[in-house]
Design a protein around this ligand. Structure first.
Ligand code: ASP
Ligand code: MG
Length: 355
């Protein structure tokens, strides 16, 4: 693979469909909603009320052109925190575990406070968070003994995404976007290998469509928890650490999204770690195979299971920077017809102002 050529491809760049404004559409109920995009937000994009509202603004903008399904990670650091609580339980350190679990609830209540919702909305979301907190605390008793196996680790870890989905749905509502939180364990069916569960894609797709399509048809943005699923008998599983990119691809597949946008905190995929190497260059355009080769060579690209699923379903994956949404990001998809620059001298200027 020649990275130089990939870089050159930016001449023919196209922006994510969701961000291309349909300028001729005048608004109203008959808004065309033919295409669906899935947006996955990572934990740093959701860390605190300001970032959630900023991310909500990206969804608001995309909705002008598309139906949007959102998949969220836990707020950054929360999964680590929850797993440390599970470890404390396993070690019999119940009282500190309990205090830490209370802190997890408080952290999310603080974000709710900072969202500054209207009084009725604040009350409603506060109740939702408190119910979740009650379930969390139920897992973390102050006394007695706890069977702390892999199952409990997954149940505890699942709370991060369950809290963030509720908060992000509230941030969307505050931004004028109708949204509801959806817990993916309601339809993402997995095997019972806790902490590394494999999804059953076909059944997940069938069940997921029943949950998500009516919402999309009603113009409501589903805010789906990444990372978690459930066994056929309803026990919560997780798809492994950092798997919410993979959840994003699964959910995109469920709703037949044309594009999955992974919103993260760097401008896209680089030839090397941009924080460590001045030589690192942003890659604008990658085929599935090129992206897979990069990942195999050790580059931090995406969760390993995203690319096979995206390639199989022909879904375009974008990696974009939540904090620099002007940047186009990296597009991974079927290679587009490459024209030699000499045969298409006008290409750059023709496309240059299209954003
Ligand atoms: N919250 C999960 C983790 O930290 C999943 C993810 O963020 O991708 O592993
Ligand atoms: Mg991540």
């Amino acid at each position: 693979m020649s990275l130089e050529n990939i870089q050159e491809e930016s001449a023919a760049e196209r922006h994510p469909a969701a961000l291309e404004e349909r300028v001729h559409w005048a608004g109203g109920a008959s808004k065309p909603q033919s295409n669906v995009v899935a947006f996955k937000f990572g934990g740093s994009s959701l860390l605190g009320a300001d970032r959630m509202l900023h991310a909500a603004g990206l969804v608001l903008a995309a909705r002008r052109a598309s139906s949007v399904t959102v998949v969220v990670s836990a707020m950054k650091g929360l999964t680590d925190h929850l797993l440390s609580i599970a470890r404390a339980l396993a070690d019999g350190r119940l009282a500190p575990a309990r205090r830490e679990a209370e802190l997890v609830l408080d952290t999310h209540l603080d974000v709710l406070h900072d969202l500054q919702l209207s009084a009725p909305d604040d009350l409603r979301v506060r109740r939702e968070l408190q119910l979740l907190g009650r379930d969390l605390l139920h897992e973390v008793p102050a006394r007695g003994s706890v069977a702390a196996g892999a199952e409990l680790f997954d149940r505890l870890a699942s709370f991060g995404e369950r809290f963030s989905a509720r908060l992000f749905a509230a941030a969307l509502e505050k931004s004028g976007v109708s949204a509801v939180p959806v817990t993916s364990s309601d339809f993402v069916l997995t095997c019972d290998t806790f902490r590394d569960a494999q999804p059953h894609l076909e059944q997940t797709k069938q069940r997921g469509r029943e949950v998500l399509l009516p919402l999309l048809e009603a113009g409501i943005v589903p805010v789906v928890t990444g990372f978690i699923g459930a066994t056929p008998d309803g026990r919560i599983t997780t798809l492994g650490r950092n798997s919410s990119d993979f959840s994003g691809a699964i959910i995109a597949h469920v709703v037949d999204a044309d594009e999955l946008v992974i919103w993260t905190d760097v401008d896209g995929i680089f030839t090397a770690n941009p924080h460590e190497s001045a030589e690192a260059r942003l890659l604008h355009e990658l085929s599935y195979d090129e992206a897979r080769a990069l990942a195999a060579s050790g580059a931090k690209v995406l969760h390993a299971k995203v690319l096979p699923l995206a390639a199989e379903t022909r879904m375009v994956v974008w990696v974009r920077n939540t904090f620099n949404p002007q940047a186009r990001g990296t597009r991974i998809g079927l290679p587009r017809v490459r024209q030699h620059p000499a045969t298409a001298p006008m290409q750059k200027s023709q496309h240059g102002g299209a954003a």
